[in-house]
Design a protein around this ligand. Sequence first.
Ligand code: GCW
Length: 677
Amino acid sequence: DAHPAWLPLEAWRAVGARHTVVYGQGLLVDTVFAEIERACAGHGGAVARGIGEPAGHPAQLMFALVKSLPPGDDLGRMAYAELAAPGESLGSEGFVVARPGEVTVVLADAPAGLLYGLFEVVRLGEAAFGPAYPVRVHRPALGRRMLDHWDNVDVHPVMGQVERGYAGGSIFWRDGRPRRDRARLRAYARLLAACGVNAVSVNNVNVHATEARLLTERLDEVAEIADELRAYAIRVHLSVTFAAPVILAGLPTADPLDDRVRAWWAETTRRVYDRIPDFGGYLVKADSEGQPGPFSYGRDHADGANLLAEALAPHGGVVHWRAFVYNHRQDWRDRSTDRARAAFDHFAPLDGRFLDTVIVQVKHGPIDFQAREPVSPVIAAMPGTRLAVEFQVTQEYTGQQRHVCYLAPWWSEVLQFRPWGDDGRSVAEVAADLVAVSNVGDDRFWTGHPLAQANLYAFGRLAWDPGLSPETVLDEWIDLTFDPASSAGPALLRSTLHEIMDDSWRSYERYTAPLGVGFMVRPGHHYGPDVDGYEYTPWGTYHFADRDGVGVDRTRATGTGFTGQYPSPWAEVYESLDNCPDELLLFFHHVPYGHVLHSGSTVIQHIYDTHFAGVREVEAMARRWQRLAGLVGDDVYARVDELLGEQLRCAREWRDQVNAYFHRKSGVPDAHGRPLH
Ligand code: GCW
């Protein structure tokens, strides 16, 4: 039985106890109605459709498509007329909430707006029904808010059912067969809609033989998922292999400029739309980590992406083409190759060549979802291209859902970052789409670690409104999930969860790789410490520690020149040893252990201090959690308690390995005489 996450019946109390009327027609309006009906069944209210009043009472809550408002409905019209710019459209997803008098009114131009409006009222709870308030307009900042599942159909011999999945199996497939668990898919769709996600890519970007067939013979399996998600305004996308024409149709080539290849994609895509009329589009990882791509035919990424975009465009679909392209067979002895440079070197020169329906999907950092990286310079380098910024909700490098690591503060920093300096646009303003790798599986809590649900929720909310503070988002999640209003200690519950989660990403950063240098994880599965695990491998993720110092020289003056991929002022800030922010120092510079940080500490003492501090913080988390016994549900309590034990064990291992390693390399003792092992 799946945990209700942020939609337990209690979260619906304010809505479900009232009398509601819903105006409008269509699938999504039906969904709104059905949701309220269910809430009323649990809380004693009533809901009516269309004209009339529910169960003989005047409505206390009204949902209406503007065009469906009955002629005599002054309330609705009044609310709508108050809009900042009268006549202004709310768009395909926007809505207003107002309380002109005794009735709370939600209006939208399009049905999806009513759905998002409903979940806003759920979030507001009783606050939606207090004293009158004027119109509040809500529109999403980003048009597409998408989750990418790295789910396999078959169990992959190395990566399993879900690549980098830490929450059990896939909710879509098991052992090569579709699961067809419709109730679970519905529940998933509701949770996603409630945080604003509107697109899902269902299969792994590494497309293996079986999964390639989802595009053709096994398309029904994708259609069945789309049928469940549609009722919650979620469009389905599919990862495809660039070699599909060869693998699936036996064509001699997948060359993007070959007419047979183009005809095959056009025809195949037409069939996809016959079966799934609102299909979202394709997601492609090409010429990356062994996946096929246009390079085999002497073509570039623009040729490859445009091929698929042309096939999709007539049907309204898009192609997400990933910029995660680098040499994963590099010689570690070769100091001139810098993996951080790769995405920019491949893609920036192609700016202007992509069709409008191509969205180049860029990981937020230049390397690979580390706990700390600078923002990818690609985001500032392609003004003529639509970009999606990709986050990783699944915690591959941030504790694998065994560690508490609330990632909203990290994402918020990235979204607020201004690549051109204070007067320029932010990452959130540059991005057309926000995408994240999902952390969901068939685990009872959806995300393995119950507190990792907050990351999924926060991703959707930040994609809707990147200006929300991580603390506010956490409050929303706590209130919905744990119903503090009815628990014995609402203030204690909220404050304790904040104490545990607000700073948990920084704690994680403290006990793992220092000062932005990244990796130092065990190769392959990426869990736990191994300082030199990747140091002499072909993967391009090195720290270059020796007896004198540590870090990667990415300057123009003496290093790989990566700093030159940034516009001003960051090109100068990162280049300069004096101005580079401490937390990214070792990403950009190789420095001696005695180098003094802005904080006043030396690099080596900083390493020791943060590793001791990080472990102490996890100890405090575990202690604080004990206070919540009896306040969060026994199953949640027990699961988190057990995982905190593992987090503490692992954090100590990180501390001791990192400290011992740098003590042995540098010979510098701890200033406070603590054991470094
Ligand atoms: O972070 C790396 C992961 C791979 C993943 C790849 C990618 C799907 O270790 O498992 O492959 O990124 O983003 O394509």
